[in-house]
Design a protein around this ligand. Structure first.
Ligand SMILES: Cc1cc2nc3c(=O)[nH]c(=O)nc-3n(C[C@H](O)[C@H](O)[C@H](O)COP(=O)(O)OP(=O)(O)OC[C@H]3O[C@@H](n4cnc5c(N)ncnc54)[C@H](O)[C@@H]3O)c2cc1C
Length: 404
């Protein structure tokens, strides 16, 4: 059986490794001169290979697109399997406090080494500089047209990754597969007109951010950057709100509660009881709610509370303004910035056209898909690679059950 795998990235390699063996000739065709290039640069060169294992029902919640589909895929291969796969190939892994899993070596080359060695051991052939241009099925065989020459194959796995433009999915359109417009996911919010940018570098540990006009809101650390705001809460919001934000031209209002453990009345009561116990203390010297002093000063200024003001003299109006700034601070968002070059595409091949038990096309027998070519994307934290390993594994394994 001739198996052509298109794309030498994480998903293509994993599919090739699991398809190889017993009379099956597996060849990876990669258009660029480089293999596994995204794995190499991923996680700042450390490769955040997956996330700490959790129940599948929780794991899938980290995917703004693909949740239902992945529920079935992960039953075959999930983050526990990823960890055992690499560890059993001499790549010890470590889990950081936030759940991200990295190779103990802190170098993506350990991951690349394991994938390449395994592929080589199983006799997978790898060809670089081969760009697929189109494919058609003729009497049970696939005919693939590359920039160099044409080849035939019994089975094809498309693992060409995500593309920022719909033209990148040209060969899928020719097969009449439905492509959902690619749009960016995982970005930080630009807030060009907001004075808070002057607090660049400052972070708050437990913030609740809501996107006005949607039901979307997330909790987590928030970081003030040169251009606006970033951090897990914002990134999560950008991923789940990717379509909405795209449709609104990245203009929105984000509503922030700076300490998610407090509600509006909790803030008011806490300030009042602190004031009653410490009437002579100056507000600027006693920030509350575990907020950084610079941020607290910013709130005092925004609430028109004088620098020398003491808790005992806080007027009702000032108290109200301070509570509003703490509980529902409004940030005007205008534009976005890519997160650490970690461009992830939302959009791609419509999942309703793929069998989630096999990764085979519902329209074209012997055509499979794996990785970011699919309309699947995860939030930051190792979830995108997990989807690539799982879909790659399933596509490869499904082929081994085929008798052609
Ligand atoms: C800077 C950066 C850092 C990241 N860090 C992380 C991280 O730490 N953890 C995480 O989970 N995710 C991370 N991601 C996301 C992750 O890299 C991707 O989700 C993952 O690489 C997708 O794998 P893939 O194999 O589907 O696609 P890709 O890795 O994009 O591989 C697709 C391959 O197909 C080739 N190709 C495309 N078209 C053709 C064609 N016509 N013919 C032949 N070959 C073709 C491409 O050249 C490419 O090599 C990061 C992404 C970026 C950009």
């Amino acid at each position: 059986m001739e198996i052509a795998i298109i794309g030498g990235g994480a998903a293509g390699y994993f599919a090739a490794i699991h398809a190889a063996g017993k009379g099956r000739n597996v060849c990876i065709y990669e258009k660029s001169p480089k293999l596994l290039s995204k794995v190499k640069i991923s996680g700042g060169g450390r490769c955040n290979v997956t996330h700490r294992p959790m129940e599948i029902s929780k794991l899938v919640k980290n995917y703004p697109r693909g949740e239902k589909f992945l529920k079935r895929v992960f039953r075959h291969f999930d983050s526990t399997d990823t960890i055992s796969w690499f560890e059993s190939r001499n790549v010890p892994l470590k889990t950081e406090a936030d759940g991200r899993v990295f190779p103990m070596s802190d170098s993506s080359s350990s991951i690349i080494g394991a994938l390449m060695q395994e592929a080589q051991k199983l006799g997978v052939v790898v060809k670089t500089g081969w760009a697929l241009e189109s494919l058609i099925q003729e009497s049970q065989k696939w005919n693939l047209r590359f920039s160099k020459e044409n080849i035939g194959a019994d089975v094809v796995i498309l693992a060409t990754g995500g593309h920022p433009k719909i033209d990148g999915y040209g060969f899928l359109k020719l097969l009449n597969h439905k492509i959902l417009d690619p749009i960016p996911s995982l970005f930080t919010f630009n807030t060009p007109s907001e004075p808070i940018r002057e607090l660049m570098g400052l972070s708050a540990p437990q913030v609740h951010v809501k996107l006005e006009g949607t039901k979307l809101s997330y909790q987590g650390p928030l970081l003030v950057t040169h251009w606006g705001v970033s951090g897990p809460a914002v990134l999560k919001l950008s991923a789940f709100g990717a379509q909405w934000l795209h449709d609104h031209d990245y203009e929105a209002r984000a509503i922030i509660n700076w300490n998610a453990t407090f509600g509006e009345e909790d803030y008011r009561n806490s300030i009042q009881s602190f004031a009653a116990a410490n009437p002579k203390k100056m507000l600027k010297n006693y920030p509350l709610f575990e907020l950084p002093a610079r941020l607290w000063m910013h709130f005092l200024e925004k609430s028109e509370i004088a620098e020398e003001a003491i808790y005992g003299n806080l007027s009702k109006k000032q108290l109200n303004r301070l509570v509003q700034n703490l509980f529902c601070y409004i940030l005007t968002v205008k534009g976005k910035t890519t997160f650490k070059d970690e461009f992830v595409t939302a959009g791609g091949l419509d999942l309703s056209e793929v069998n989630p038990e096999t990764m085979e096309s519902k329209y074209h027998p012997n055509l499979y898909f794996a990785g970011e070519i699919l309309n699947i994307d995860g939030i930051t934290g190792g979830f995108n690679f997990q989807a690539a390993w799982s879909t790659g594994y399933l596509a490869g394994k499904s082929i081994t059950h085929k008798n052609l």
